[in-house]
Design a protein around this ligand. Structure first.
Ligand code: 13P
Length: 326
């Protein structure tokens, strides 16, 4: 566990965050199509190669989360993606859940699956060079939601996943995402997020998971995307840290926020406001869309625009790394 705690500490070390480039084949294909790029296996590979070979990426990124397809692909020049990341001093991560599926008896709610065969898959990813893993639970705010059943089922799966990761020698990123979708207020997001985090840490305690080898990946506390409300960064920061302090043990190795569909600049401004306040844990980012959307738009699948895509990613990484030091 000492090695795992060291890896977790390295993931959240000062001035660095985690790049989430682990979109599933279907999600990535849809994003490529929206950007006018044919959704082929080769284009998904080329896009991820553009991201991970960005000059200077390791200056602001401690780790990159990949999906199974990318983990087995090669960058130009023959190294696998995990090997190419390790050669750059970046920790390779792997998304290991198999997605959110309808939760029986709870219309509109999901439980994230992927526990079957997980032990064997984790052992293989560790052999292929993974240092850490990710599992994302998805929770929706609405009438009666998230329900106690959805909270418990997802927290239970996260705890079993975390234990399996430790057994395999991987640091688990534990991600209970309360979605921004909906017309809820910032206050309702705070309440749902606190309930979700309490449920997760109750199950992690039940399973005796060593928290010094766990990185938590929560949502920021923000009003719903359809609420018509926009909260100032300082308000987001106050609500987010109050919620985390109420529910997250100090022993957790670190907290890496997801961007959750916030615009890139908004996510950075909120991150900076959060990091400007004192907290008992290392705080950083583990953004997907808020880092890569500008890069995808600049690249558009054209080899001649590779450097434009990389500059766009490097710019977002630099802005977010600067936000950590605010
Ligand atoms: P976003 O930052 O786009 O929300 O993605 C982070 C992530 O890894 C979601 O699982």
């Amino acid at each position: 566990m000492a090695d795992l705690a060291a890896t977790a500490a390295a993931m959240v070390r000062p001035g660095k965050g985690i790049l989430a480039a682990d979109e599933s084949v279907s999600t990535m294909s849809a994003r490529l199509e929206r950007a006018g790029v044919a959704p082929t296996e080769e284009n998904r590979r080329a896009y991820r190669e553009m991201l991970v070979t960005t000059p200077g990426l390791a200056g602001g990124v401690s780790g990159v989360i990949l999906c199974d397809e990318t983990f087995r692909q090669r960058v130009t020049g023959a190294a696998t993606f995990p090997q190419a990341l390790a050669a750059r001093g970046i920790l390779p991560g792997i998304k290991v859940d198999t997605g959110a599926r309808p939760l029986a008896g709870r219309p509109g709610e999901t439980v994230t699956e992927g526990l079957d065969g997980l032990r064997e898959r984790l052992a293989e990813y560790a052999r292929l060079g993974a240092a850490f893993a990710k599992w994302r639970a998805v929770l929706r705010i609405g009438a009666g939601r998230p329900s106690p059943q959805a909270l418990r089922a997802n927290a239970h799966a996260l705890a079993r996943y975390a234990g399996a990761c430790h057994e395999a020698g991987l640091v688990p990123i534990v991600e209970p995402e309360v979605l921004m979708d909906g017309s809820h207020s910032l206050r309702e997001c705070a309440e749902a997020t606190e309930r979700a985090l309490r449920a997760v840490f109750a199950e992690l305690a039940e399973f005796e998971i060593g928290l010094d080898a766990v990185v938590l990946k929560p949502n920021m506390v923000v009003p719903g995307g359809d609420s018509g409300q926009v909260a100032a960064p300082d308000e987001v920061a106050g609500a987010t840290l109050a919620t985390l302090r109420a529910a997250v043990p100090e022993a957790v190795a670190g907290i890496a926020f997801l961007s959750g569909g916030q615009g890139a600049a908004q996510a950075t401004a909120n991150l900076a406001a959060i990091c400007a306040r004192p907290a008992p844990w290392p705080l950083t980012f583990s953004f997907g869309r808020a880092l890569v959307d500008p890069a995808l738009a600049a690249w558009r699948g054209e080899a001649a625009r590779l450097a434009d895509g990389q500059r766009a990613l490097a710019h977002r990484v630099a802005r977010n790394a600067a936000a950590l030091a605010a």
